[in-house]
Ligand binder design. Structure first.
Ligand code: KIV
Length: 298
């Protein structure tokens, strides 16, 4: 039996139901097994293996550098830690922009090799809409992503709020409807004025997931490392930090370093005992037949 069958797992139908019932959808990112396990146990509905992995986990300046192989590798680690949450894998830059065949092949890798439940892609280009239709047609759920789309950072002129003018907002509405028509099961709205995101949310049958898009969306997502105060290179205005793991970890590691330097770590409980009898026998063995000294250590 699959994990999905064994546990009360979340599916795209759950998100539709939540939208109908006005119940908010809780989403976060994860890039590794132990974080995914924590999120899943905490009852997070949707875990995104975002291409933010490039910046947060791999230290790149933008999301562009992360490869399909790296995303597949990290997504597999995440799905290993998940029992109930719905896992979405982010198609990285240039893994779906060439043509439909490339997009389908890469989306398929996430399902076959990483056991993800769905994929996400950015934007609503003609090619994207075709890709979405084809993927949905073959049973791969797709999440859309509009507003600030990090893979287009250079053409958008940096981390900028999108949809500030009536014309831009209207275009976002058209794009979100096109995504819905193509078959997405939800749409991420990133850095969009709250009023615009709320209007889009009301127009769509599928749920919207906001990040920097106000609280009128059907759900919210944050980068987990931002929420936990673990990623400290910059802090977007829309992030609410619920912990300061960076400080906490530094304190713990400083303490560990002090203990190692003072020889107070490890103590007897943290070490394995050797009986007095065995120690006496060992000394006898050494006296009778001293171990050969290797050339390397001479
Ligand atoms: O890559 C990512 O983490 C994302 C979310 C911030 C929506 O796309």
């Amino acid at each position: 039996m699959s994990k999905m069958g064994a546990n009360k797992a979340i599916s795209t139908l759950t998100f539709k139901k939540y939208k109908r019932e006005g119940r908010k959808i809780v989403c976060l990112t994860a890039y590794d097994y132990s974080t995914a396990k924590i999120l899943d146990k905490a009852g997070v509905d949707l875990i995104l293996v975002g291409d933010s992995l490039a910046m947060v986990a791999l230290g790149h300046q933008t999301t562009h550098a992360v490869t399909m192989d790296e995303m597949v590798h990290h997504t597999l680690a995440v799905t290993r830690g998940v029992q109930s949450a719905f896992v979405v894998a982010d198609l990285p830059f240039m893994s779906y922009q060439v043509d439909v065949v490339q997009a389908i092949t890469n989306a398929g890798r996430f399902i076959k090799e990483s056991h993800a439940h769905a994929v996400k892609l950015e934007g609503a280009t003609k090619l994207n809409l075709e890709v979405i239709e084809r993927l949905v047609g073959m049973g791969i759920p797709v999440m859309g992503h509009l507003g600030f789309t990090p893979q287009a950072i250079h053409s958008l002129g940096g981390n900028r709020v999108q949809g500030r003018s009536a014309e831009e907002a209207y275009r976002l509405m058209e794009e979100s409807q096109a995504l819905e028509k193509a078959g997405v099961f939800s749409v991420v709205l990133e850095m969009v004025p709250a009023t615009v995101a709320t209007m889009i949310t009301k127009q769509l049958m599928v749920p919207t997931i906001g990040i920097g898009a106000g609280n009128g969306c059907d759900g919210q997502i944050l980068v987990t490392d931002d929420l936990l105060g673990k990623f400290t290179d910059f802090k977007p205005r829309f992030v609410r930090q619920y912990a300061n793991l960076s400080e906490l970890c530094q304190e713990a590691i400083t303490h560990y370093a002090e203990d190692v330097r003072a020889s107070t770590f490890p103590n007897a409980d943290e070490s394995f005992a050797f009986t007095v009898e065995e120690e006496a026998k060992l000394h006898d063995l050494i006296d009778e037949n001293p171990p050969a000294i290797s050339e390397v250590t001479c």
